[in-house]
Design a protein around this ligand. Structure first.
Ligand code: ZN
Length: 688
């Protein structure tokens, strides 16, 4: 039964490229769902766009000395290209800086304003006097009132996911100056979420108890049970959509008010382009609206946006919000600021034309019910043990043997044996099995069922051994190859939602374009013959669908992450504050000389101490140095060093130490000598 669907994927925030966490959590599942619905004959609008307003963009622009528009132009282009590269099949990818969006969001606000759906309130908001600015959202950092996380933002805690007002933060600090903000009066418009509490209870807590994912339902229930409060939907900022009513000068719409309206404006833009009526996709009760998001966006898509739509009055509400949990990377939380991520443009450079491998690995391990970990070892195993060894191997055998035995022409089968009948019947069951997984948003399960179909083909060939029967029983071989080709054809169609690039390649290997009509999802279960006898597949050596990924390729990725970790640790290492000021006379009291270590031995019964004989140019003296954990005696003999020679002698373990050798530490905490950086500097030379 054909239906109309509006499918939205969270608008990516335009202050950086996107990484595997975004792909796994939102875009790949949304794409699988959309492709499947199109293949099964539904009317689909798959909608997304760049979210280009909000505070982080203005902070980044300030840091880089450019305009916010420069930032969003740059990342909009990068993000859009990544989506195209990975086959995310949006019907429209728009942006919230587009005029159509400004108009749509403005009008939406006006409608609610005219209907008296806002509460207008002069309240005290956090203000940074030095920066001469109100501190909304990410301009302020403080302790989360709910979980105690110390770096929560003004609008949301990234640790526990709670959404709050900036004034709720404990111990707030300005992100611009670091100052403790003061309170200053300003007027804002609030959406009274408390007014919509009953509706939310009725609609979600009663109406969607069974069909929404437990993680989404549970979060919504906890918020509603905690009691909802009015949320400000305007901000004192100069980047965003101007508040279109009297008294709104110098203020813009809160980014989370305008962003979800972006789904509507992107639909409008698309409908105008393709000659459709956008209202069919947003205002017709028969249209099914589904939001794909990550778990950090649940409150906005399940509480705030539906309350806005309800208040407006003419829109449909989402039928489901299948939010995913988070994907971690090699055991750590993905982080843009710490560069702990696999960025899509970089992945494509390192693994050209292997988009489907990443799509598959991310889907097979998707964080659908709990946070999951992406590891490069798992990625390699998914590729080598499943895509190459099962799917790719089966297709390659079928194509090679068909060309070798029959010149590429599908043979006329002889009589089917029970195993052939059973195999063909099993193939016919797959469309319904995979569809059921997809329709219940269980994409990882669906991807495994697809792999099971390839397994079925692989096993059938291994059991029937056409490469043996070709010598003894030509008729039997024809039948086996005919059956195997039907399985290959089913794989070409059913893999499309999950592996779109592979599906295209496989369709061209099998010459699907030469068939009387394009095979649909339904055909796989209803037609007895997918590839008829006499149909020709592509001649010559078939293109390999997948290739093995070697250990050293994986090691390179692990090394890259290790380097990020090191760089990040170095950047985060606390630099000690400068000591109290001294005079030049104080400095000249230090007598620093260039010297050479002549002898070295371990101080008995100690771990840290080496006893050194050092040529200072003045004399050869004994210095006891605490460097034995970083250097063995052999390491340091002959080393050029800097010596503080006029330090009062002191006894260490009975040995008098006459001076000190200057040392520092590298980023891993290993000791490093401070010494002249060229040879030929004589001992005894003064350092000043
Ligand atoms: Zn928190």
């Amino acid at each position: 039964m054909s239906k109309r669907y509006t499918i939205t994927a969270a608008l990516p925030y335009t202050n950086g490229p996107i990484h595997i966490g975004h792909l796994a959590g939102v875009y790949v599942p949304a794409d699988i769902y959309s492709r499947y619905l199109r293949l099964t004959g539904n009317d689909v609008a798959f909608i997304c766009g760049s979210d280009e307003h909000g505070v982080p963009i203005t902070i980044k622009a300030k840091k880089e000395g450019v305009t916010p528009q420069d930032i969003v132009d740059k990342y909009h282009a990068i993000i859009k290209t990544s989506f195209e590269d990975f086959g995310i099949s949006f019907d429209n990818y728009s942006r919230t800086s587009a005029k159509i969006h400004h108009d749509t969001a403005s009008e939406f606000f006006k409608t609610l304003y005219d209907k008296n759906e806002f509460v207008e309130e002069v309240s005290e908001q956090l203000y940074d006097a030095e920066a001469n600015q109100f501190l909304a959202d990410r301009f302020v950092i403080g302790t989360c009132p709910k979980c105690g996380f110390e770096e929560a933002y003004g609008d949301q805690c990234e640790n526990c996911g709670t959404s709050h007002n900036a004034t709720d933060l404990i111990n707030p600090k300005s992100a611009i100056t670091g100052n403790t903000p003061t309170l200053k009066e300003t007027k804002h418009w609030f959406l009274p979420l408390n007014k919509h509490e009953e509706f939310l209870r009725e609609w979600i807590l009663k109406g969607h108890k069974k069909d929404w994912k437990p993680n989404v339902y549970g979060q919504v229930k906890s918020w509603v049970d905690d009691g909802l409060r009015p949320r400000a939907v305007t901000r004192d900022l100069d980047w965003g959509i101007p508040v279109p009513v009297e008294g709104g000068e110098g203020k813009v719409l809160y980014v989370w008010f305008d962003a979800p309206i972006g789904y509507i404006s992107a639909t409008k833009e698309w409908a105008a382009r393709v000659g459709k009526n956008w209202e069919d996709y947003w205002k017709d009760e028969n249209t099914k609206l589904v939001h794909f998001i990550g778990k950090d966006n649940i409150v906005f898509h399940c509480i705030i946006f539906p309350s806005m739509l309800k208040a407006e009055g003419s829109y449909i509400l989402p039928e489901n919000v299948p939010a995913n949990e988070f994907l971690n990377l090699e055991g750590n939380k993905l982080s843009t600021s710490k560069n702990w991520a696999v960025w899509l443009p970089e992945y494509l450079e390192d693994f050209p034309n292997q988009q489907d491998v990443l799509r598959y690995a991310l889907t097979a391990n998707a964080p659908e019910t709990k946070d999951n970990d992406f590891t490069w070892k798992d990625f390699q195993a998914r590729n080598n043990n499943e895509l190459v060894a099962i799917f790719g191997n089966f297709i390659n055998r079928v194509a090679v043997l068909t060309n070798k035995y029959y010149n590429g022409e599908i043979p006329q089968p002889a009589e089917f044996k029970a195993i052939d009948e059973e195999t063909l019947a099993a193939v016919k069951a797959y469309p319904a099995v995979i569809a059921s997984s997809i329709e219940r948003y269980r994409f990882r399960e669906g991807s495994q069922e697809l792999m099971n179909l390839a397994r079925l083909g692989n096993k059938y060939l291994a059991d029937e051994e056409p490469w043996k029967t070709i010598k003894t029983d030509e008729e039997r071989t024809k039948t086996v190859m005919f059956v195997a080709l039907q399985i290959a054809s089913a794989l070409a169609v059913l893999s499309e939602p999950f592996l779109p690039f592979t599906s295209d390649k496989l369709k061209s290997i099998l010459n699907h374009a030469e068939l009387d009509s394009e095979l649909t999802w339904e055909d796989i279960s209803t037609k007895d013959v997918l590839l008829p006898a006499g149909h020709s597949i592509q001649s010559g050596k078939p293109e390999l669908l997948f290739s093995k990924i070697e250990d050293d390729t994986i090691q390179k990725q692990l090394d890259k992450l290790e380097a990020s970790k090191k760089a990040n640790e170095a950047a985060n290492k606390k630099v000690e504050p400068q000591k109290e000021e001294i005079t030049f006379d104080d400095f000249t009291k230090l007598d620093l000389r260039v010297g050479t270590i002549l002898e070295a031995e371990k101080m008995p019964k100690t771990k840290k101490l080496l006893v050194l004989k050092v040529d200072t140019g003045i004399d050869t003296r004994t210095i006891v140095s605490g460097i034995a954990e970083s250097f063995s005696p052999e390491d340091v003999i002959g080393k050029r060093v800097t010596v503080l020679v006029n330090l009062a002698p002191r006894k260490l373990r009975g040995v008098e130490s006459q001076g000190m050798i200057l040392m520092t530490e590298d980023e891993s905490g290993n000791l490093v000598f401070v010494n002249p950086n060229i040879d030929g500097v004589p001992n005894g030379l003064k350092i000043s």
